[in-house]
Design a protein around this ligand. Structure first.
Ligand SMILES: [Zn+2]
Length: 221
């Protein structure tokens, strides 16, 4: 009868919209195995109020330390965080080279299917970003996208996060003015992680699906 209890608590929350009702529903989902405790803790770490009422996060660091702390939630959560940073950074990408966009795509493809061929494709995409660095100079958005792709296999994930934050807040693309605030990075990461962690929606899957539909259209045209 646990499923009906979960449904009942969900209905209560959807009617009331109250944080404590959401917290009760999330806790019940953990109890019946519908939600992993670690995902609830990750959402709490991201500051989600319903999750924060029912789980104690690892720590409550701020800024860059907070971003580095995401490594404690595992590789998938870290790659997803770096993808969120890459997506917001690539909004500044106005150059002709497509390698950073492809690197961000490769990291997202690996998230949906984390097999060896997708990891190898991410490695190749990251390598093309490094070639761009060698040929054309430094572009933060490209470096950040390469970090997201490399996080699918590299061991030092905290360095990839630090490197991404440095580029995002120091130089994104052509100009030293096109920068992001550290807070922009935090908000982008939280917006990607929370709905995924709680099973509400999956921003990475949605982006991959939009891309698949767009390529279907262009093939038809
Ligand atoms: Zn795969």
């Amino acid at each position: 009868m646990s499923d009906s209890r979960v449904r009942e608590l969900e209905a209560t929350w959807r009617t009331s919209g109250a944080v404590e009702d959401e917290a009760a529903w999330l806790q019940e989902r953990v109890r019946v195995g519908d939600l992993e405790q670690s995902k609830l803790e990750l959402a709490a770490y991201c500051g989600h109020s319903g999750a924060a009422r029912s789980a104690t996060p690892l720590s409550l660091e701020e800024g860059e330390a907070w971003l580095e702390g995401l490594v404690g939630y595992g590789r998938i959560a870290t790659v997803r965080s770096l993808i969120a940073i890459a997506v917001v950074s690539l909004e500044a990408w106005t150059r002709d080279e497509t390698c950073p966009i492809e690197a961000a795509h490769a990291a997202q493809d690996w998230i949906l299917c984390p097999c060896d061929p997708h990891r190898a494709a991410a490695g190749l995409a990251a390598g093309r970003c490094e070639d761009l660095y060698t040929q054309a100079g430094s572009f933060g958005a490209s470096e950040i996208a390469a970090c997201a792709a490399k996080a699918t296999y590299e061991t030092d994930l905290a360095s990839l996060i630090r490197y991404s934050v440095w580029w995002g807040t120091k130089r994104l693309c052509e100009s030293f003015d096109d920068l992001l605030e550290e807070n922009d990075l935090l908000l982008a990461v939280r917006a990607d992680l929370v709905p995924w962690a709680l099973g509400y929606s999956d921003p990475v899957r949605e982006r991959v699906e939009v891309r698949a539909r767009a390529s279907e259209h262009s093939e038809r045209d």
